[in-house]
Design a protein around this ligand. Structure first.
Ligand code: HAM
Length: 421
């Protein structure tokens, strides 16, 4: 038996985990500023939850879920969550919030599972950071979602392309669907095999076929079929984005692969991550809460593909950490003993910029400790020997500039912060 990781699953180590954690940390901080509260939901749910929400016609439900039967409850099939939205909606209803306090803003962060064909940026376990807003039917809620992603983009120093569309509502969608069906039937001989199936199950999906790209450009667009209410919603959405300085383009092909969307849909792309370039996607799902047994409460949300955004971040360079990294180098046992105490004091001190402090493994020559400190990317080394200890000082070495001077132990960490400026 070969004990290697499964196909499509990843171990994140070093720079990879740093990039993923950076995305998550920035996104979490952003949530505080937008008054979005965290929600934690299970990884396992009954399979019916996804069948009734993500949808019987979606690839996710028909082909990609990891399901198994539960030994405790006969006849129950469980699924590893392929996305977060259905679980959040279920939790919202189960907590009675749809009736007691319908306006809610949640975020979640964690792994999702889809049995997809693995490639760069497409994994069978991947991380999503999602936001769901309940009880807001207005276009401002949709626009704020994209403002969040634009703020995150700016903080991470990334260039991303925002594309938006509207799929219409229960009133106007049927006319669009009928027009698309008619178009599909009249182009049957030119459509790929998958599209033949899509045509019957869910003609909207014709528009995100990756094979018939050129052909579908001539297909009917939902925007031409919007009712007055949907048109007004979409126009206001666009105006709010423009006045907030969020740059976007309208792409009538954004139909989304999941079944619950109405009106607003959007996707955000990075040009730095290869073929799997959608780093975030989402939209409005006004009928979903009711269809899962709750009150008729509107909802809208998005999910960021954290692994993909992390790839973009790695390609463009991680933002420089605000941390000042300090290594303690010791010569002798007495120095080690003192260094451990100094390191703890430094970690607990509160200089303007936080310190990251590590006592390097002792017993090696000063030269080899310096080499290691350089390799690990430390900014400063504090060198502690018997001679320094006797005088209550340490040698503060700037590893980037290769300069050094003595400082009194009592004057740390102010000396470090001053030197780091
Ligand atoms: P989704 O488009 O299926 O939407 O996924 C959202 C994002 O998750 C994608 O844009 C992509 O970045 C990432 N993603 C999806 N599949 C994979 C994969 N196999 N490997 C790596 N990354 C992946 C949803 O999941 C909806 N729940 C979004 C939403 C929230 N809509 C409303 N609220």
């Amino acid at each position: 038996m070969e004990l290697t990781r499964l196909k499509g699953f990843q171990d994140l180590i070093g720079a990879q985990v740093e990039a993923v954690a950076t995305v998550e940390q920035h996104a979490r901080r952003l949530m505080e500023r937008y008054a979005v509260a965290e929600i934690r939901i299970p990884l396992l749910e009954r399979v019916e939850l996804y069948q009734h929400s993500t949808g019987e016609t979606s690839d996710v439900v028909t082909k990609q879920m990891y399901t198994f039967s539960d030994r405790d409850e006969e006849g129950t099939t469980l699924a590893l969550r392929p996305e977060g939205t259905p679980g959040v909606v279920r939790a919202y209803i189960e907590a009675g919030l749809d009736r007691s306090e319908p306006e809610q803003r949640f975020f979640y962060s964690g792994p999702m599972f889809r049995r997809e064909r693995p490639q760069k940026g497409r994994y069978r376990q991947f991380q999503q950071f999602g936001v769901e807003i309940f009880g807001r039917a207005d276009a401002a809620a949709d626009a704020e979602l994209l403002m969040m992603v634009d703020d995150l983009r700016r903080e991470l120093g990334l260039e991303l392309d925002f594309e938006v569309n509207s799929l219409g509502c229960q009133q106007c969608r049927p006319q669009f669907r009928a027009a698309l069906l008619q178009w599909g039937r009249s182009h049957l001989d030119q459509l790929c095999r998958d599209c033949h199936e899509r045509l019957e199950r869910n003609p909207l999906r014709l528009l995100d076929c990756k094979i018939d790209v050129e052909l579908t450009k001539s297909a009917p667009h939902s925007l031409d079929y919007l009712c007055e209410e949907c048109r007004r919603h979409f126009d206001l959405f666009g105006r709010l984005l423009s006045s907030a300085g969020v740059r976007f383009t309208i792409n009538p092909q954004i139909v989304r692969g999941l079944d619950y969307y109405v009106r607003t849909t959007f996707e955000v792309y990075s040009r730095q991550v290869g073929a799997q370039s959608a780093v975030m996607a989402g939209g409005r799902y006004d009928g979903l809460v009711a269809s899962l047994g709750g009150a008729p409460i509107p909802g809208t949300g998005f999910a960021i593909g954290v692994d993909r955004l992390a790839l973009a971040l790695q390609a463009s360079g991680l933002p420089r950490p605000a941390l000042v990294k300090v290594a303690l180098l010791t010569l002798g046992e007495a120095a080690l003993e003192r260094a451990v105490a100094i390191a703890r004091d430094l970690r607990n001190s509160a200089p303007p910029r936080p310190l990251q402090v590590e006592v390097l493994s002792p017993g090696r020559s000063l030269k080899s400790q310096l080499k290691r400190a350089n390799n690990l990317g430390f900014h400063f080394a504090l060198i502690i020997g018997d001679n320094e200890l006797a005088r209550g000082v340490v040698m503060l070495r700037d590893l980037e500039r290769s300069t050094q001077h003595e400082v009194s132990i009592d004057a740390l960490p102010a000396a470090l912060d001053g030197a780091a400026l």
